[in-house]
Design a protein around this ligand. Structure first.
Ligand code: ADP
Ligand code: MG
Ligand code: MG
Length: 902
């Protein structure tokens, strides 16, 4: 047998042979059991069957050659170590058969305890336990139940009903009141259920039990819930699970036995201390199953001081060893503590920061590692406004926190009503059973979305996250009646117009208006909370890690801001300039009239006078922004959208004209506008007359904007501040376009700037694929490039941004065509390749060419790492994303390849 083992591939590892870094091969549970074994902690002996064996089995439906023999050899060694034999009628060895994949998938796969019990060994088990018949029969009934359910697909409820019947017959609700005879009877009942569903007797051969359980664990990798969970958590489907076979220890041997779970710190807040639950006289799964009420772990000190102290010692050792929060499962058998599992514990966003900071203080990790252990998604979560929750507010339902945020509004049940009420200035919450593409307008109009069906990948969830809108999905306690415009929850009826508050982080739903406030972290970024003065551990930790990220990062972070207040806020949040100042808002509001004049102008004079009237207004806007950004660069984009966007919609104009005609009023202007709108109508406005094309077609338009920028810069500089304008030409696809605009602009700039010392750069956006592909030529005429990754994505994929996300992205996500919308996170292979080409060829043509990115990708964590890799100089994003980009730009530097933080 030993010879065979050396010939065959090694599929089975003793715990003493593995370590914590072998998660891919041994799964997380197996690797960590091995690590604890080698640390000298009391782990029951056992072995791990590798994920490779699982993958081989799943591929062929058969155990790979050599596996059975290797298992036999390990079982033999285990029997020798324990001095007991599997199936021995006098002194049997029992084992558990436990799943465990590379990434923790809590509760998704199978585990079978007490394997090795049969009609004969149950007697031996009782003798082992000093004649404890009750314990032995309880263990046996658990085996039949778990084995039946997980290995043979017997409906679990049938066992539960039989257990309830036994308790009812005894006049109790507590399973501890069942005595040995009751349990023996229950074993008979369970066996009948087993053979009714499987057509065979419960297997008495322990090795057959073991082999079937191992196969069931292999197969549980492809159970539907596991598949769904993996898709949600983006865990690859081809990893397979390992199987751990572990000698059983018993927490159900009496009051001096028990089982529990423990965390080395609070996974919710990160606070130091002992957190956990303990249940006396119980076996593993009872704690999580909530069969009986657990007690806080601290109570164990009174029940069993020796085990408690020992456990605390191991917890401290594990934390010191893993240098992180550990999550632990343990069992006490008659006063002897056994460690059954540990892993680096999952935690909330707040706890992630707090714990990273604490571990630095404790000297366990350095600041680089602390930075690595938090991420921008967590920081973003900490920046959402939160409900100011006093005790008077109790949730009435809890769904899935599908898209974070705190939203308050009047309940509406249809998209149309949402649009209508929002149009009247009301805040609304759109409530639906589930949403579909027809609800899109309502979702856009609403403050938040609440559904009673669907999970984190439902249409509502995906679209809401895409829009950054708060969403609670799958709140199934809500009984929604769409035609009746009401829902019932917790016995109360909520009608259209009633106010609710939904928390997209926790999934909780409240009736009435819960007040909101900016989070502490935002108060800190705003400068309202001094990190040195506060005793909020979260703010202190965020401050410390942000400071380190800033020291580390190579990428600069700018902001997208079009107004003075936005620019000022972004500057407080750490922006080092403006990467995108859109000028189109400067054509809205009371300036529409001037724009209409411009569009309707029939002579050069009419057009010039409209532009002349716009000039001082634009100049004032730029002055405000330059003043706020004193000393920092400000990239101003010349007007980009099609001009008809500034005119009233066609239908509205048509109605106006008809009504005015009816009343016999003068309709000349209305008619002229209507004619202009008809004339300017485009089938594909995003691909039409916009961006640089406007500048080339409408004489004087760009010139006016360039003049306003240059004059504002001179004014601000003469007043003692430093203005650093960078003029950016949108939608360039050919160098000739840029050259034409630039020649005109340079003339104006030279004339305005004079000897003021103001320097104005002229560059271009790279957002048309052709621009990326001819970047070498374009760089000859551009002093900087800024990648407009929204348009670049739109044109590279051929996706109409305004339509696709609601129309079919949910399906693309479901099919895995992409794991995340390419508008949310940059598509490295396609759009990213265009960015790479443009960066390389641009810099080859013009060494030192300044490269940046504007558009929301600039604030997306994954994308920031990509832009760092490609070697851009800066990213630019909306003010609230600036801290996220700073953090991720720092993380991109310390990131070590191959590490995973799941
Ligand atoms: P999960 O991954 O769902 O937590 P586990 O494999 O950890 O599943 O097992 C489920 C429960 O059974 C746990 O509480 C664990 O502590 C307990 N358990 C597993 N193996 C043994 C064993 N050999 N002896 C005693 N309890 C065990
Ligand atoms: Mg476990
Ligand atoms: Mg664009």
């Amino acid at each position: 047998m030993a010879a065979q083992e050396t010939v065959d591939h090694k599929y089975v590892y003793d715990f003493a042979e593995g370590n914590k870094d072998q998660k891919v091969l041994l799964g997380g549970k197996g690797a960590n059991l091995a690590e604890m074994t080698n640390l000298g902690l009391p782990v029951p002996p056992g072995f791990t069957i590798t994920t490779e064996a699982c993958k081989a089995y799943l591929a062929t439906g058969e155990e790979p050659a050599g596996l059975a023999d290797q298992i036999s050899a390990r079982v033999g060694a285990l029997e020798a170590a324990m001095g007991r034999k599997l199936g021995d009628p006098e002194d049997p060895l029992l084992v558990s058969v436990r799943s465990g994949a590379k990434f923790s998938m809590p509760g998704m796969m199978e585990t079978v305890l007490n394997v090795g019990l049969n009609d004969r060994s149950v007697v031996g088990l009782s003798a082992q336990a000093g004649g404890n018949d009750r314990f032995a029969w309880d263990s046996y009934r658990r085996l039949i139940q778990m084995f039946g359910k997980t290995v043979c697909d017997v409906p679990g409820e049938e066992f539960e009903h039989a257990l309830d019947d036994a308790k009812r017959a005894k006049g109790t609700t507590n399973d501890l009141d069942l005595d040995a005879d009751d349990l023996r009877g229950l074993v008979d009942a369970y066996k009948k259920i087993f053979s009714k569903h499987t057509g065979r007797e419960f297997p008495q051969d322990p090795r057959e039990q073991l082999d079937l359980a191992i196969k069931a664990v292999f197969e549980s990798w492809n159970a539907e819930r596991a598949v769904v969970y993996r898709r949600q958590e983006r865990i690859p489907a081809d990893l397979g699970t390992a199987v751990n076979v572990v000698a059983m220890v018993f927490g159900n041997l009496g009051p001096d036995s028990g089982t529990g779970v423990a965390f080395t710190r609070d996974p919710a807040s990160g606070a130091q201390g002992i957190y956990g639950d303990y249940l006396a006289n119980a076996q593993g799964e009872d704690v999580v199953a909530g069969i009986r009420n657990t007690v806080p772990l601290q109570e164990l000190e009174k029940l069993d001081k020796k085990s408690y102290d020992e456990l605390l010692d191991y917890m401290a050792r594990l934390e010191g060893h893993y240098k992180d929060l550990c999550d632990i499962e343990f069992t006490i058998e008659r006063g002897k503590l056994w460690m059954l599992q540990t892993r680096v514990g999952k935690r909330t966003a707040a706890a992630a920061f707090v714990i990273a900071g604490q571990l630095v203080d404790e000297g366990l990790i350095d600041l680089d590692e602390a930075l690595h252990r938090v991420n921008g998604a967590q920081l973003a979560q900490l920046m959402f406004p939160r409900f100011k929750l006093d005790h008077e507010f109790q949730p009435v339902a809890k769904g899935i926190g599908a898209s974070p945020g705190a939203a308050v509004g009047k309940v509406v049940f249809t998209s149309a009503r949402a649009v209508e009420l929002a149009g009247e200035g009301e805040q609304v919450i759109l409530v639906r059973r589930e949403t579909n593409p027809d609800d899109l307008n309502g979702m856009i109009a609403a403050q938040g979305i609440l559904t009673s069906r669907g999970g984190k990948t439902s249409h509502a969830a995906v679209v809401a996250r895409g829009m950054g809108k708060t969403c609670v999905s799958g709140a199934d306690e809500l009984d929604i009646d769409i035609p009746g415009r009401k829902f019932i929850v917790a016995g109360q009826t909520v009608r259209e117009g009633d106010v609710v508050s939904i928390d997209g982080t926790t999934g909780k739903v409240y009736l009435g208006e819960v007040p909101v406030m900016p989070s502490e972290v935002v108060q800190y970024f705003e400068g309202e909370l001094d990190p040195e003065q506060t005793d909020d551990p979260l703010v202190k930790a965020v401050h410390r890690i942000m400071t380190h990220a800033d020291a580390k990062r190579r990428l600069a972070v700018r902001t997208n801001a079009d107004t003075g207040p936005d620019a000022a806020r972004a500057r407080r949040f750490g922006a080092e300039g403006i990467g995108l100042c859109r000028t189109e808002h400067m054509f809205l509001g009371d300036r529409r009239e001037l724009v209409e004049k411009l569009i309707l102008a029939r002579t050069d004079d009419e057009r010039d006078s409209a532009l002349a009237a716009l000039l001082p207004l634009q100049r004032a806007d730029f002055e405000e922004i330059f003043r706020e950004m004193d000393g920092l660069p400000v990239t101003v984009r010349l007007i980009d959208p099609p001009l008809h966007e500034f005119l009233p919609p066609l239908e509205q104009l048509a109605v106006n004209v008809a009504v005015a005609q009816e009343r016999g009023e003068d309709v000349a202007k209305e008619e002229a506008l209507l004619a202009a709108v008809r004339r300017m109508h485009e089938e594909n406005p995003m691909l039409g007359l916009r961006g640089v094309r406007l500048g080339l077609v409408i004489p004087g338009l760009f010139a006016m904007q360039v003049r306003a920028i240059a004059e504002a810069a001179v004014t601000v500089t003469r007043a003692g501040a430093v203005a650093k304008p960078e003029i950016m030409v949108p939608l360039v696809g050919a160098v000739q376009e840029l050259e034409t605009v630039r020649a005109e602009a340079e003339k104006i700039i030279a004339e305005v700037v004079g000897d003021s010392g103001v320097e104005v750069l002229i560059g271009t956006m790279i957002e048309v694929p052709r621009a990326a592909l001819t970047a070498g030529q374009i760089a000859e005429a551009a002093q900087f490039f800024s990648f407009g990754t929204n348009d670049l994505t739109q044109m590279a994929w051929g996706f109409s941004r305004d339509d696709v996300e609601g129309a079919f992205f949910w399906r693309y996500l479901e099919l895995g065509i992409f794991g995340i919308s390419p508008f949310e996170s940059i598509d490295r292979d396609g759009v990213g390749r265009l960015v790479r080409i443009a960066a390389e060829e641009g810099r080859a043509a013009r060494p030192g060419l300044k490269l940046g990115v504007c558009g929301e990708h600039g604030g997306d964590p994954e994308s920031v790492h990509f832009f760092h890799e490609v070697g851009l100089d800066y990213v630019s994003c909306s003010p609230f994303r600036v801290p996220v980009a700073r953090l991720e730009a720092g993380r991109a530097v310390v990131e070590t390849t191959g590490s995973d933080s799941r």
